[in-house]
Design a protein around this ligand. Structure first.
Ligand code: HEM
Length: 524
């Protein structure tokens, strides 16, 4: 009390400057105090968040807001394989605000695609996917829900069954015969044989015949023009849908997609595609009224037969269009994958004449020289199967598979991963892992002789078609087309590299896809 009285008495004698100093000190204390409280709150929040997020896998340092977007150009399958040596088999990154995992060993792939398959059965989506697929009414991008299950069931129970594949044997053989004839004609005329183009036509025709009941690459002029337009549209679709948009990774930058004209461009491509589909749909609807008994049923026939799609009511034109779009995404997933694998097989056989000779000898012994190899011979050709498996190991046609996404928060291999985490399986790294593959960068089909490892999705060191619920439904067709086409090509022709060509001339990559550099093979 006395001190207080004295203080207040002194206070009356304080100068304005002194008063300001005391006031300033009080203010500094307030600042220091509130800074401490803020820092403590931030630390507590981060600790709480950390506790909530749990333990994340290691990975390259992410920057605020953009995450690892600045490194995205380095995310080729090969670079990712090297990064896995540093960070481990499960790498964590952030693309904008989206968490992304890259998995690089068979054991880790097993955890995601087998042990926790259901939790990781979703697909990430983009602005382009949403526009092109009428809100994900296709197979490849569809979320793990009723619509996807419905289409998937038709694929596995009806479309790609051994019985259905058998019913398309005649059209398949016709297509291969046509390709062989056109190669013979080119060779006879002394022309360069663009094998890569011929294989592209072969796979596209085979797949469109099974899906849409239509042969796109024909010899007549109208057919050629239609095929050309069709191919252009599919390529445009592919180009548009694979262009990354910043708004897909940083949601508050979605306006950039609109302002840049990207959304407008996507809608234009979609409108062109719709016009093409509408024309096709009219023909198809008319044809579906006729009995399909005299021809094998295609995918659209099967869907039209259903009349309802997962309780959506009668099949409206819009639904049928989205159904045909499902066929389009199968075309994207199923044509280049198969034709690239065929091309790589022939290229590797040319680079390894000892393997080519072995395969020719097998064909001579099992089939003989007096008849043409047929699909019924395939189970009796173990070396052919070994060659094809080695190509699928060495050059997986989808080296980073298709991305998956987690539906719920999960714990995998001790890491806590939030719902909505994207998953990329580096098949290229897995299938070149020295733990499973001695001399992994050596092309050696013999490694598959007397070995029960196959591509079916149970041996995780070899999963070129993926594994689990989202595994490629076209695997039986892909395998069949690949084996029979390679057998026919090897039985019919002798191959040599162009004079003066180095052995590894053919082995360069196009970015993103496994393609041959020249695409021109000389057959002698
Ligand atoms: C050599 C040939 C092929 C290879 C290597 C291949 C590979 C793959 C891979 C790795 C996936 C992703 C699997 C996953 O997400 O885990 C996939 C999905 C898919 N493939 Fe294939 N594929 C081939 C041929 C085909 C063919 C011929 C078709 C159909 C005509 C086809 C249709 C599809 C579809 C529709 C999906 C998406 C499945 C879904 O999301 O449920 N593929 N393929």
């Amino acid at each position: 009390m006395a001190i207080a009285a004295q203080d207040s008495a002194n206070a009356t004698q304080l100068t304005a400057v002194q008063m300001m100093e005391i006031g300033g000190m009080r203010a500094e204390w307030h600042v220091v105090l509130s800074a401490c409280v803020t820092i403590a709150t931030m630390v507590l929040t981060i600790m709480k968040l950390r506790k909530k997020i749990g333990k994340l896998p290691p990975g390259p340092r992410a920057l605020p807001l953009i995450g690892n977007i600045h490194q995205i150009g380095d995310f080729s399958r090969r670079n990712l394989m090297q990064m896995a040596e540093k960070y481990g088999p499960i790498m964590y990154m952030r693309i904008g605000s989206k968490p992304l995992l890259v998995v690089s060993t068979a054991e880790a792939a097993h955890e995601f695609l087998k042990t926790q398959d259901k939790e990781w059965a979703d697909r990430p989506t983009t602005t382009a996917d949403k526009i092109f697929t009428n809100d994900h009414r296709n197979i490849v991008c569809a979320p793990y829900a009723a619509h996807w299950r419905h289409l998937r069931k038709i694929c596995t129970m009806d479309l790609f069954t051994p019985k259905r594949l058998m019913s398309f044997r005649t059209p398949r053989t016709e297509e291969i015969n046509q390709m062989m004839t056109s190669i013979h004609e080119d060779v006879a005329a002394g022309k360069e044989v663009k094998l890569h183009v011929k294989l592209g036509h072969l796979t596209t025709n085979n797949i469109t015949r099974m899906l849409l009941g239509k042969r796109f690459f024909t010899v007549d002029e109208k057919g050629q023009m239609e095929a050309h337009r069709f191919k252009e549209l599919v390529f445009e679709l592919f180009r548009a849908s694979s262009t990354p948009m910043i708004g897909d990774f940083i949601p508050w930058l979605k306006w950039v997609s609109i302002a840049s004209g990207y959304v407008k461009y996507l809608k234009r491509v979609k409108a062109d595609l719709d016009a093409f589909l509408q024309e096709f749909l009219e023909i198809k609807k008319a044809a579906s009224d006729q009995a399909t008994a005299e021809r094998a049923k295609d995918f659209v026939d099967l869907l039209l037969e259903q009349k309802t799609v997962s309780g959506d009511g009668p099949l409206e034109d819009a639904t049928i269009r989205s159904v045909i779009q499902a066929s389009y995404d199968m075309l994207l997933a199923g044509t280049d994958t198969v034709s690239n694998a065929m091309e790589w097989t022939i290229a590797e056989l040319m680079r390894h004449p000892e393997c080519m000779r072995k395969l020719q000898q097998e064909l001579d012994t099992v089939v003989g020289k007096s008849r043409i190899v047929s699909e019924t011979d395939l189970p009796n050709l173990p070396y052919l199967q070994a060659v094809v498996k080695e190509v699928m190991r060495f050059y997986p046609p989808a080296p980073l598979s298709l991305p998956h996404q987690s539906i719920v928060p999960t714990t995998v291999c001790g890491y806590d991963l939030p719902a909505g985490t994207q998953l990329c399986i580096n098949l290229y790294a897995i299938q070149r892992d020295p733990k499973y593959w001695p001399n992994p960068v050596q092309f050696n089909p013999d490694r598959f002789l007397n070995c029960d490892v196959d591509v079916g999705g149970t041996h995780f060191q070899l999963i070129p078609f993926g594994a689990g619920r989202r595994q490629c439904p076209g695997m039986p067709l892909g395998n069949l087309l690949l084996q029979i086409s390679v057998a026919r090509l090897v039985q019919a022709f002798e191959y040599s590299l162009p004079r003066g060509t180095k052995r590894n001339y053919f082995m360069n990559y196009y970015s993103g896809a496994n393609k041959l550099t020249s695409g021109i093979m000389y057959l002698i």
